[in-house]
Design a protein around this ligand. Structure first.
Ligand SMILES: NC(=O)c1ccc[n+]([C@@H]2O[C@H](COP(=O)([O-])OP(=O)(O)OC[C@H]3O[C@@H](n4cnc5c(N)ncnc54)[C@H](OP(=O)(O)O)[C@@H]3O)[C@@H](O)[C@H]2O)c1
Length: 282
């Protein structure tokens, strides 16, 4: 596995044709805004969205992004990004086949849809399957990518650059790991939100009013995450640095780190999500 750093704030994406986005819902919209922020221009982009929101209509009009044109009008698609719900894919994908036939890289972010499923619609095409997560909406996403054998290094750079525009990118060579990836980074933001909720509720039980307790919990989690995001700051070292023997943190960690504590719960949670991801893929 290799980690690719996110592009620097001002880095521009080089793009050899049109970028076609199918589906501008939560994740598609986050990607679109990330690409615009990284210097892709509206005329390079095409968006397909059956019921565009007023915000999307305003954005596409202001940026001169083509919205729902005829597929036959797109002759230079370099990448087709599939950001529709997995369950609608069998109905949606056939209309986009001509783009892949004309040489576009297919980049799917649909959860639980393997490359073998996509190859039924885009036979012979270079295909990248990716699992992003929702912090992509603020440029802090984590995306894991898998490429089929038809993806050239140049196309791999293209896919990595597109998802690198909204956060960090890692590649896997074994597609079966995508279920575990989904369980860790795809679903992971929800575990962290739960941690904030649980810490806030515990603070209330310790006597704080709910508003103050929520503020303390939220700011502590985001501050600690920012510290852990610095290079050369492993979480274990940061934890040890704030834990004096016999102190308050040590008293709490003794509870959280006991045999049936946080690690065992987290193991169980990630296994449950991995199993569910496998079931959904069937
Ligand atoms: N959200 C996440 O945390 C997350 C994380 C990783 C991966 N993903 C993947 O990202 C994909 C999108 O998820 P999402 O959360 O962004 O879902 P979403 O908000 O429902 O977005 C999907 C969008 O696709 C549109 N759509 C439906 N049919 C279409 C068609 N024929 N052509 C073009 N667009 C069409 C939908 O429009 P209508 O609403 O009008 O049907 C909707 O706006 C999914 O495959 C999901 O597995 C999501």
């Amino acid at each position: 596995m290799s980690i690719q750093a996110p592009p620097a704030a001002k880095a521009s994406l080089e793009f050899p044709g049109s970028l076609v986005l199918a589906g501008a819902g939560k994740m598609g919209d986050a990607l679109l805004r990330g690409w615009l922020a990284r210097g892709l221009t509206g005329p390079q982009m095409v968006v397909f969205e059956p019921a565009p929101s007023p915000e999307l209509q305003a954005l596409t009009a202001a940026q001169a992004i083509r919205l729902n044109p005829a597929i036959s009008d797109i002759q230079d698609a370099a990448v087709l990004v599939l950001a529709v719900k997995p369950q609608v894919m069998p109905d949606v994908l056939p209309q986009f086949q001509p783009l892949a036939v004309r040489g576009a890289l297919v980049l799917s972010i649909a959860a639980g849809k393997p490359v073998s499923f996509l190859e039924q619609y885009f036979a012979g095409a270079p295909i990248v399957r990716a699992m992003p997560n929702t912090p992509a909406a603020i440029g802090l996403g984590m995306s894991v990518l898998f490429a089929n054998s038809r993806v050239t290094p140049a196309k791999q750079d293209l896919a990595g650059g597109l998802l690198g525009a909204v956060g960090e990118v890692a590649w896997i060579a074994d597609e079966s790991l995508m279920d575990a990836v989904t369980a860790v980074s795809g679903s992971g933001p929800a575990y962290v939100f739960l941690l904030i909720e649980a810490l806030a509720k515990a603070g209330e039980k310790a006597g704080l009013d709910s508003e103050l307790s929520y503020l303390l919990a939220r700011q502590t989690v985001s501050g600690a995450a920012a510290l852990a995001a610095q290079p050369d700051h492993p979480a274990a070292t940061l934890r040890e640095n704030v834990t004096s023997p016999g102190g308050t943190t040590a008293a709490a960690l003794e509870v959280l780190m006991r045999a049936d504590g946080l690690q065992s719960l987290m193991d169980e949670a990630v296994l449950a999500a991995t199993r569910r991801s496998r079931e959904l893929a069937k």
